[in-house]
Design a protein. Sequence first.
Length: 146
Amino acid sequence: MSKKPARKPKPNALLPDREENPRWLTADPVGARPAPPIQAKVDALPLLGIPWENFERLCRKLAERGGTVEKAWCYGGPGHAQRGIDVLVRMKDGTFEVWQSKRHKKFGPIQVKNAINYFLQHEWAAQATRFVLALACPINEDPQGH
């Protein structure tokens, strides 16, 4: 009885020729472990713990999530006259929404009113169909509004 040589399995043309799980993917994490939470806070994201640039990026990404959004982009930058706009959103129907991001430790009713009034004094107020004031903190209920 003669033995036939073993056949090599045919490579599947649909699968890439690579490792299934690269070594870096299965290795232990690198760097220090994050500190565990000392006390859980319900419904509170640590938005004040991220740099303002990342908070503004987050606002842009949230603005893009609307189902009828065509494009969202940051409006101006540090030192530019943004007129109360941080993110400009063009909708698929051609209308615009504007977002203003505020990463403050405290923000009260007077600051909310001032932010809205400042936006309303400029040209985009006549064109925008929606104004979103995105705050990194809860609205402070201080009777003085501070």
